[in-house]
Design a protein around this ligand. Structure first.
Ligand SMILES: *Cc1c(COP(=O)(O)O)cnc(C)c1O
Length: 454
């Protein structure tokens, strides 16, 4: 049995930019697909929304029942330039007609080079760089560690509390949160050490002490416990994504970078969620003038096609021996063409500026909501990467149930949101940068009603 899609099931910016809920959510067609899913897919694959997609574009996702949702998630920070963005579709379609795959390790092609040249140019740092392409964020983070170990001859990797780096064995080990990511899946990879994150809102002695104290603990871990000459790399998200859009206390990341530089430890910025225009800069590292040795990108890089990259200092990247790095699909030509379309869209529509504007609007809307409820403990983020951390009124105790009910209210009323945070008490907002102003306002009106109904 297949479900017949509605006639308007073509995506892209021409899709009517409206919120429309004309069935129960989920509707009958989504429910039918959910029954097939339960019989065919394992339980470990969970989805946050219960509706099945028919088409998406601009700021909306249309489901198989014809409901049109305002998209505040971008498929987890992936369709930053919009779903089915014209330049992405045009470039990928043209590439599909030429060749779908040859394997770059077997027979190379130019689109790969163009993506690499662009990332070499755009990433922070005036030094000579090289880029290698992969399929997923996890795979790229894992390869960044391989480069760092090859270049330094050292084993250890230092990561932070609340970090998310992926689900493969090494990156699951680097990820902080036990459930759902790690529980039952050990033993984990060796030589991964964890330092506190400079998380101002939850720093025990107060936000004003956060940067200095977190840095002191980080330095102690490396100098006193691991040994600085054993550490290949420090891997950090310039704004923690799954951790709840934690913006490290000002000054913390520059201090970490200087510490690493003095000890020959490589600084790896995991910009999988923050990179490619999301925060109003090409890379979130730029907000604190951070110049990492290696930068990892993925999610927003190819507008929804699987593509990831490690970009870094030429001497580090060249340290891995020929044949030591690669993968059958890595740098697939259709995904590379899509990435070139993403770069076009960002430049053509000044999406860096648009990310700033959307971010300011979201903060304004959230402040207005916060004035009417006691459950918003903190509003934070940069550019179009904004979150609200929910707490029980008058405390900083995480309020997971409030996140669940606001999320459910939004979904029932035509707005798709995402959650995050070690305690699951953060609402995060990652609209596509193609989101029209009026649609964003409408989404936050619905969100406000969700808070009012708590
Ligand atoms: C999503 C994410 C990853 C993992 O990417 P996948 O493509 O899901 O493997 C790694 N790091 C960060 C910061 C992420 O947000």
């Amino acid at each position: 049995m297949t479900t017949t899609l509605p006639a308007h099931a073509v995506g892209g910016p021409d899709l009517p930019q409206v919120r429309r809920v004309s069935t129960a959510v989920p509707g009958p067609r989504s429910n039918a697909l959910a029954r097939r899913r339960a019989a065919a897919l394992p339980a470990g694959l969970a989805s946050s929304a219960e509706v099945y997609v028919a088409a998406a574009g601009g700021g909306v996702v249309v489901d198989v029942d014809g409901n049109s949702f305002i998209d505040l998630g971008s498929g987890i920070a992936v369709t930053t330039v919009g779903n089915c963005a014209p330049a992405v579709v045009a470039r990928a379609t043209e590439q599909l007609r030429r060749y779908t795959h040859t394997c770059f390790l077997a027979t190379p092609y130019e689109p790969y080079l163009e993506v690499a040249e662009t990332l070499d140019r755009l990433t922070p740092g005036a030094f000579e760089k090289r880029t290698a392409l992969f399929n997923t964020g996890s795979e790229a983070v894992e390869n960044a560690v391989k480069y760092a170990r090859a270049a330094t001859g050292r084993p250890a990797v230092v990561v932070f509390d609340h970090a998310f780096h992926g689900r493969s064995l090494l990156t699951m080990t680097m990820t902080a949160k036990n459930r759902p990511y790690k529980h039952g899946f050990g033993p984990f990879a060796p030589e991964v050490y964890r330092a506190p994150m400079a998380y101002p809102y939850r720093w025990p002695s107060g936000p004003e002490h956060c940067a200095a104290e977190a840095f002191a603990q980080f330095a102690h871990l490396i100098d006193a416990q691991i040994g600085p000459d054993q550490v290949a790399a420090v891997v950090v998200e310039p704004i923690q994504g799954e951790g709840g859009f934690i913006v490290p206390a000002a000054g913390f990341l520059p201090a970490v970078a200087e510490f690493c530089r003095q000890r020959g430890i490589l600084l790896v910025a995991d910009e999988v969620q923050t990179g490619i225009a999301r925060t109003g800069a090409w890379f979130a590292s730029e907000h604190e003038a951070l110049v990492p040795d290696l930068v990892v990108t993925a999610k927003g890089l190819a507008g929804g096609l699987p593509l990831a990259a490690v970009t870094g200092r030429a001497e580090v990247m060249d340290a891995a021996h020929p044949g030591g790095i690669g993968g059958t699909y890595s740098g697939n030509p259709v995904a590379c063409a899509a990435a070139l379309g993403v770069f076009d869209e960002i430049r053509r529509h000044d999406l860096l500026g648009r990310a700033h504007t959307l971010g300011e609007q979201m903060v304004t809307h959230l402040r207005a909501i916060a004035a009417t409820t006691g459950v918003i403990g903190e509003i934070r983020g940069r550019g179009a990467m904004i979150a609200a951390e929910l707490v029980h009124p008058g405390t900083t105790d995480p309020h997971h149930d409030a996140v669940t009910s606001v999320t459910r209210h939004c979904q029932r009323h035509g707005v798709l949101t995402l959650t995050a945070g070690t305690h699951g008490n953060v609402l995060r907002f990652l609209p596509p940068l193609s989101m029209p102003d009026d649609l964003l306002t409408e989404a936050f009106t619905v969100l406000g009603e969700g808070f009012a109904s708590l």
